[in-house]
Design a protein around this ligand. Structure first.
Ligand SMILES: [Zn+2]
Length: 251
């Protein structure tokens, strides 16, 4: 049965991923997520069901609009695929427990924020707030041990990022600080610290690659949100193993 559920979660994931692309792109522009219907941004042609099958349409259309043959951004199928894979990971990791709901919400939020941050360098409150509230409530049903670690993690995450923002004089966006509050709620104190460490590491590597590629010097801003999202998911799924592996090295 597990493989059948895995397929179900994958299809469910790529379908939601398709919607998350729309949310991540439209919410920062204060546009409705339902109207106007999805259309090609170049020729304005409305997309029909044939164009809207997640991942598969992109492959069948070879990444081009059926109307004007303009290239479709690879960001769409990529985020759909990532959402599908992450939903399966969440199911395989937690099974049918309440924590699966937390995991699916957390993944959904991170995918939407990644799209917004890549597109506009922005982490919208309109996304953080509803997901933050839902996760806060779910932490009563599916608590961490001890239960207050969720609140402490949120306080530590928010406080540390705020401190970094003050010290670095604006090197950290307000969205990143608030995002770490929600990450703290989900992960607790220890894994929030792991996330911060991993995000800095990933961010530095991404920054280096970006710097080499463009040669535009250090002023080019690189969104930090995607690095935080990747780090938070690694910490969520493998943080405990990472910590025990690391403490094992020290002994
Ligand atoms: Zn077109």
């Amino acid at each position: 049965m597990e493989w059948l559920y895995s397929i179900f979660f994958f299809l469910y994931g790529i379908t939601f991923g398709s919607f998350f692309n729309v949310v991540g792109i439209r919410v920062p522009l204060k546009e409705s997520v339902v109207s106007p219907p999805s259309h090609c941004t170049t020729c304005d042609r409305n997309l029909t069901p044939v164009d809207l099958v997640p991942v598969f349409s992109y492959v069948f259309l070879r990444g081009k609009c059926r109307g004007c043959k303009e290239k479709i951004s690879a960001l769409y199928p990529t985020m759909e695929l990532i959402t599908g894979v992450l939903f399966v990971c969440a199911y395989l990791h937690f099974g049918f427990q309440w924590e699966l709901v937390v995991a699916l919400l957390f993944i959904s939020m991170l995918v939407i924020l990644t799209v917004s941050d890549l597109k506009y360098m922005l982490i919208p409150n309109k996304i953080l707030l509803p997901f933050g509230i839902a996760i806060f409530i779910l932490r009563f049903i599916s608590p961490l041990t001890p239960w207050w670690d969720s609140l402490l993690g949120a306080a530590v995450g928010f406080g540390l990022l705020l401190l970094i923002a003050i010290v670095s004089n604006g090197g950290m966006g307000g969205g990143d600080i608030k995002l770490f509050f929600v990450i703290g709620l989900v992960l607790g104190t220890m894994q929030t610290l792991v996330t911060l460490f991993l995000a800095s590491l990933i961010g530095a590597i991404v920054g280096l690659i970006f710097l080499k590629k463009t040669k535009q010097g250090r002023k080019t801003p690189v969104p930090f949100g995607p690095s935080i999202a990747v780090a938070a998911l690694i910490a969520y799924f493998y943080g405990e193993q990472l910590v025990s592996w690391y403490t094992g090295l020290l002994n």
